[in-house]
Design a protein around this ligand. Structure first.
Ligand SMILES: Nc1ncnc2c1ncn2[C@@H]1O[C@H](COP(=O)(O)OP(=O)(O)OP(=O)(O)O)[C@@H](O)[C@H]1O
Length: 648
């Protein structure tokens, strides 16, 4: 192959005269350490020496290691010097292996099963001319297929015929449905890329086909004949016809050398009710069999005339393929992958780095005289191992959206069920507002009882875990001292009301002035309390240093209110004299929760001192929240358990 740019020493593990010269690529692109299931799978197939090669006294230079995953290539140097290079792959097929073993080793059936599920899969044979690509894909008797099933499969049948047989058997096994509908349809197409021109191998009289681009399908061949294949025989007819029509030539290295890249595609459309709601969707599976033309060195093949032109075109397109593989395997962000530089790479875009599953079979000759080409192919293949595809099921965009939504609905249903179970509600029916009111926590009920002079308490947000999140959030805003404060008591009552009004307003906070530490407020920290317009602050309690709650009078609560504009007033805090919270403003500004620190002192209150909180004695402040930021925070915390809670 035309990949001389790959340096042999870069990727292979190298030994000389039996000694390890140095592991030159412990973390090379092909290193298995970094491979995932979506990487292209790469196998090697070694062709046995031909009669002619035996006659010339050729020896074999490619050997499979015992683990059957690595091959060793022995390169003869000057004198008795030999260099052994080792390459790791997903599997290796030796010269003695039969066609059915190839099918097994490369796990072709897995790929075909995926096609039946709606994926695109590609199997691609590459390697130098005469290395056995066509033999691997089509078998020896190309154009002579006439089988009924596996039992009828000839020993030399290649992957295409065996795959077609498997597909028909799998379709038959899966088509047992009650309503007698035909869940699978199979169509086939076959084309070649000859000198950068696409020819439909099933319509030889037709002009070369155009390659077009669409955002949905990527590059595709326009007006390609798609033959409906109801039976296996139909597929074989396509195979025979295509095999007959592909361009073949004869040169020193192969008397039946393919002069074009051939792509045979089996299109498997399947009708499937994935979601089980009686609306079947169509999935478009595709199986691509790519038989590349082989790279050749003119010195060896001795091609001339028209074939010389063909060889140039083949080598150029393979060189571009090498560039694409190299760019993809290096995976550098921002690098342009040169797909558009040749017809071949355009049409393999989906298979190389696209949404197809892919398998590459690197065919090599075992002959020592072909060692350079063999090394080149193996380096090529080593790079390809590193390409990661993103396989996905092919279906119509509308079906895709529908499936996504259905998945989401199922997920939400599950979540709803779980929440209902947590709240002790029945599992069917909608969650209603009254239900939400009923299920207030005992703590909140107690708190409400302790609340005096209050307008009716508002609704509560039901999900305690979500509230915890909110508490955490505001706890963080105010430092450790604020954790576990009654903040949430306020929020619980406030939120549904304000949401019903569609905004956070001053009135929305008309609820629950907290009574001292009745809602678990810390003796030490500042208490975040709701503010009620009707409720005189003077009736409230304030903590003192000794921890007792004594009624106290706050001066000028309205100045606090005034300070809330233009943002929304959320609550008020007060602190006892010896716990002046530090850095409140600093914390709050960052997240657009503002706290007006009105005063504070470390002066100790003596017992019996009139409990009037003044500037010297305590601090107090209001908390105002930027409405948009606050609602966003709630949504971030997922606090919207009741429909319509937050209106925009
Ligand atoms: N594994 C194998 N066992 C026996 N014969 C093989 C094997 N592989 C290839 N051959 C024989 O080697 C010859 C060349 O093989 P083939 O035509 O498949 O090579 P190719 O890689 O497709 O070459 P080109 O690129 O020139 O088309 C054929 O006669 C084929 O039957």
């Amino acid at each position: 192959m035309a990949t001389q740019s790959f340096k042999a020493r870069e990727n292979g593990n190298e030994y000389q005269n039996g000694k390890e010269e140095g592991n030159t690529c412990p973390r090379s692109p092909g290193s298995d350490m970094f491979r995932s299931t979506n990487n292209i799978k790469v196998y090697v197939r070694i062709r046995p020496l031909s009669k002619d090669e035996y006659a010339r006294g050729e020896t074999s230079c490619v050997h499979i290691a015992r683990d059957e995953h690595s091959v060793k290539v022995v390169e003869q140097g000057y004198g008795y010097n030999t260099t052994t290079r080792s390459f790791q792959f997903d599997g290796c097929v030796g010269p003695a292996a039969e066609q059915h073993e190839v099918m097994q080793t490369v796990e072709m059936k897995k790929l075909l099963d995926k096609v039946l599920e709606g994926y695109s899969s590609t199997v691609m044979a590459c390697g130098q001319t005469g290395s056995g690509k066509t033999f691997t894909m089509s078998g020896r008797e190309e154009g002579m297929h006439d089988k009924k099933g596996y039992e009828d499969c000839w020993g030399d049948d290649g992957l295409i015929a065996r795959s077609a047989i498997y597909l028909f058997e799998a379709i038959k096994a899966r088509s047992f449905n009650k309503d007698q509908t035909k869940p699978y349809t199979l169509r086939a197409s076959y084309f070649e890329i000859y000198c950068e021109q696409v020819n439909d191998l099933l319509r030889l009289d037709a002009a070369p086909r155009d390659v077009k681009w669409s955002s949905r399908d990527g590059f595709y061949v326009e007006n390609l004949l798609l033959v409906d294949c109801d039976t296996l025989e139909d597929v074989f007819s396509v195979l025979n016809e295509g095999g007959k029509n592909r361009k073949v030539g004869s040169h020193e290295l192969n008397k039946d050398s393919s002069r074009s890249h051939c792509i045979m595609t089996l299109h498997v459309d399947s009708l499937c009710d994935i979601t089980g709601d009686g609306h079947p969707i169509v999935r478009y599976g595709r199986m691509l069999f790519v038989d590349l033309a082989g790279s050749e060195r003119l010195k060896k093949s001795k091609s001339s005339g028209e074939m010389l032109k063909e060889t140039g075109s083949i080598n150029r397109s393979l060189f571009t393929l090498g560039k694409v593989i190299s760019a993809l395997s290096e995976g550098k962000k921002g690098d342009v992958v040169p797909y558009r530089e040749s017809m071949l790479t355009k049409l393999l875009m989906e298979s190389l780095g696209g949404n197809s599953l892919a398998l590459m079979i690197a065919c090599v000759s075992s002959a020592a005289s072909a060692v350079d080409e063999t090394l080149s192919t193996l380096h090529y293949a080593t790079c390809a191992k590193n390409i990661v595809n993103a396989p996905s099921i092919n279906m119509d965009a509308r079906d895709k959206i529908m499936m996504k939504l259905q998945k989401e609905i199922a997920h939400l249903r599950e979540e709803n069920k779980m929440l209902r179970t947590k709240l002790g509600l029945s599992l069917d029916g909608d969650l209603t507002f009254p239900e939400a009111i009923q299920s207030v926590s005992p703590m909140a009920t107690k708190h409400r009882r302790q609340t005096r002079n209050m307008p009716p308490v508002g609704l509560e947000i039901k999900c305690p875990t979500e509230l915890k999140g909110l508490e955490k959030y505001f706890g963080k805003e105010f430092g450790e001292e604020a954790s576990g404060l009654s903040t949430l008591a306020n929020f619980q009552d406030v939120l549904p009301q304000q949401s019903a009004r569609g905004s956070l307003t001053l009135e929305s906070l008309r609820c629950m002035p907290s009574q001292g530490d009745s809602f678990g407020s810390s003796q030490q920290g500042p208490t975040l309390q709701a503010y009620s317009e009707d409720d005189a602050w003077g009736d409230n309690c304030e903590k003192t240093t000794d921890g007792t709650s004594t009624p106290c009078v706050l001066s000028e609560p309205r100045t606090i209110r005034a300070s809330c504009e233009p943002n929304s007033f959320l609550g008020m805090y007060r602190g006892s004299v010896n716990v002046k919270p530090k850095g409140l403003q600093q914390f709050s500004r960052r997240n657009r929760v503002s706290v007006d620190h009105l005063g504070g002192s470390r002066a100790r209150l003596k017992k019996g001192y009139p409990r009037r909180i003044g500037k010297q004695d305590a601090f107090q402040g209001s908390i105002t929240v930027n409405q948009a930021a606050f609602i966003k925070k709630l949504l971030d915390l997922n606090i919207s358990p009741v429909d319509g809670m937050v209106n925009f």
